[in-house]
Design a protein. Structure first.
Length: 607
């Protein structure tokens, strides 16, 4: 099972999130403080618990008849679909949609529903309406009140009770048409059993559906930390303590019930060894062990260092260690096949290296369980996987979620993403290739990397590296590094006023003219002008072509340009791009200048 998307309406600060599409592995919610990131996780937790707190979860407009509503769309895997095979009319059906609200019973939709329950629900409704019409006629003739209790309780038991009541009292009613008596026999002997069979079959199927639903497990980095101690009648109901005893498969009351000191100590040692052994598979920052001590009606938690001599209570150790321990307990206690792990600000208490280790752990865990997390940290955002990021922002006090990171985000929202990209670039500038291409900025860097990858049938003969500058006037700074290392270089600039000016300045400074090229010969042309209008909208903007909008206006923001270029580079590396002949021709011209070859006759690469 994988979650396709969720949609949240009328939950806390979220009026309507729109469809939030999930990555198959890790989905990251990035945004400023108070943008509503945590509310997304809380809404999904409320969906799993089927419990909405009227004081905290309902929007302020709840008194006007507005209630929370959570929609979850999932795709079943082949094995899960096979469990429904006896019911499926279409064996290829995979999507299942559940809409949940405190206002009404769950609504089930999607391909799986259409292939199974849709027709049966129509039959169930038709049969029930026949029963209702029968009682409606009785009420009209005998001035009774059968319909109201029927609608209040649609169970087979209640329908039978109402039929028995009619049969017992019918002699006291005014004369009733023979047709109604015949209808009574038909309902009792044929219609009700048929309706009951359909309902039972539906209930059986619903149980199977509910067993396949995702379980959203919420881990609160702020509150779910292990305490220093718990007592027999206190603290044992906290979420993290319950998870601890679930992991060690021991009931807390059984521990306190033990009176024999030796048995108590043996059990404590067993629990300590089990938790420590498993935990060290998750925590790589230090060698530690966790031990519990039973003292009367108190249980104390202690953390020991590498020497195993000094005991520290959890709160005396780093918050990073406390966080990892609590996360490990949550993971062990709550993970199952259909669990979706939700982690709120996992980098809060972890230094940079620990966050990097955590990201590697999450990557591994996501192969089994989808993961959702909120973060401000660039260390938890892989710059090569920006398709995982969903931007969370507020508009008129309402939380909005944008699935495409380049659309409508401000600088503060994008800051962790831009920082992650900066880290990626700093790593890429540690060595040089056969040909080293200097470009004006980060967006040029990503576009050119993508073009080189797209035409790798031509470019693979040389190790081509691309180095971005911070604006055209800073090219000389990066150039000095290359010249100092006697590395081969080519400079590519825009054919605009600043690019022409910088090209002239560099030539006057002694740089050979054949080392500096315009990205395109078109006047005022930039690297985006390599694309045809069709390709630019299809692969860069990823939106329908609108002839009234120019490229320049759509990419006026520097942050937007970087996001667009980064995503295009990802699409190329994922093999999802097939450029048209106009774009390919323009790209081959600039690659020919870089490689000092005539590439006019090079064909389109195989995709």
């Amino acid at each position: 099972m994988k979650v396709n998307y969720v949609q949240i309406k009328n939950f806390r600060s979220i009026k309507d999130s729109g469809k939030i599409y999930f990555n198959n592995l890790i989905t990251i919610f990035a945004g400023k403080n108070e943008s509503g990131k945590t509310n997304i996780l809380k809404a999904l937790h409320a969906f799993t618990e089927d419990a909405f707190d009227q004081d905290y979860d309902y929007p302020l407009e709840a008194e006007d008849g507005i209630y929370p509503e959570i929609t979850v769309s999932i795709s079943l895997d082949t094995k899960e679909a096979l469990t429904l095979a006896p019911y499926l009319a279409n064996s290829l059906a995979r999507e299942l949609i559940i809409v949940r609200s405190p206002l009404y019973v769950d609504v089930i939709k999607g391909e799986v529903y259409d292939s199974t329950l849709k027709d049966e629900d129509l039959k169930i409704e038709k049969h029930f309406n026949e029963i209702k019409e029968f009682f409606k006629k009785i009420d009209a003739v005998a001035k009774t009140s059968f319909v109201k209790p029927l609608l209040a309780d649609k169970s087979e038991q209640n329908i039978k009770a109402l039929l028995d009541q009619y049969l017992h009292n019918k002699n006291s009613y005014p004369p009733i048409e023979e047709e109604i008596s015949d209808k009574f026999n038909f309902i009792l002997n044929e219609l009700l059993p048929a309706w009951s069979t359909l309902v039972n079959r539906r209930n059986e199927y619903i149980d199977k559906i509910y067993s396949l639903l995702p379980k959203f497990v919420y881990f609160d980095s702020f509150n779910d930390l292990i305490p220093d101690s718990i007592s027999k009648g206190k603290d044992i109901d906290s979420e993290i303590v319950k998870r601890f005893f679930k992991v060690v498969n021991v009931k807390v009351e059984d521990i306190f019930a033990l009176q024999n000191p030796q048995r108590r100590q043996n059990l404590a040692n067993k629990i300590s060894a089990q938790v420590t052994g498993d935990f060290m598979g998750y925590y790589s920052q230090d060698d530690v062990s966790l031990k519990i001590n039973l003292d009367g009606d108190m249980m104390n938690f202690f953390v020991y260092g590498k020497d195993g001599e000094k005991a520290f209570q959890p709160k005396q150790r780093s918050q990073g260690l406390q966080w990892f321990l609590a996360f490990y307990l949550t993971l062990q206690a709550e993970s199952s096949k259909n669990t979706v792990l939700m982690i709120d600000e996992p980098g809060l208490y972890l230094h940079a290296k620990a966050q990097g280790d955590l990201l590697k752990l999450l990557e591994k865990l996501s192969e089994v369980n989808q993961i959702l997390m909120t973060t401000h940290s660039q260390w938890l955002i892989d710059p090569d996987r920006l398709e995982r990021v969903r931007l969370v922002k507020k508009n008129d006090d309402y939380t909005m979620v944008e699935n495409k990171i380049h659309k409508g985000a401000d600088k503060d929202t994008l800051l962790p993403i831009m920082s992650a990209i900066g880290l990626d670039l700093s790593r890429s500038m540690t060595d040089f290739g056969d040909i080293n291409v200097l470009v004006e900025g980060i967006s040029d860097y990503y576009y050119l990397r993508a073009i080189i990858r797209y035409f790798e049938n031509v470019t693979s003969v040389k190790d081509i590296r691309v180095f971005p500058s911070v604006g055209v006037t800073q090219i000389s700074v990066v150039l000095s590094l290359l010249i100092g290392r006697e590395a081969e270089y080519i400079i590519v600039v825009d054919n605009d006023k600043d690019g022409i000016k910088e090209r002239t300045r560099l030539i006057n400074a002694g740089i050979e003219e054949n080392k500096i090229h315009f990205v395109i010969e078109r006047q005022n042309g930039t690297i985006e002008d390599l694309f045809s209008e069709v390709d630019y909208h299809k692969y860069v903007l990823q939106s329908p072509l609108d002839s009234s909008e120019s490229k320049t206006r759509r990419t006026a923001s520097g942050l937007d340009k970087v996001m667009l270029a980064k995503r295009f580079n990802e699409l190329v590396h994922e093999g999802k791009v097939k450029l048209d002949s106009e774009t390919e021709k323009n790209c081959l011209i600039i690659l020919g200048k870089i490689l000092e070859k005539d590439l006019a006759l090079v064909g389109s690469p195989a995709i």
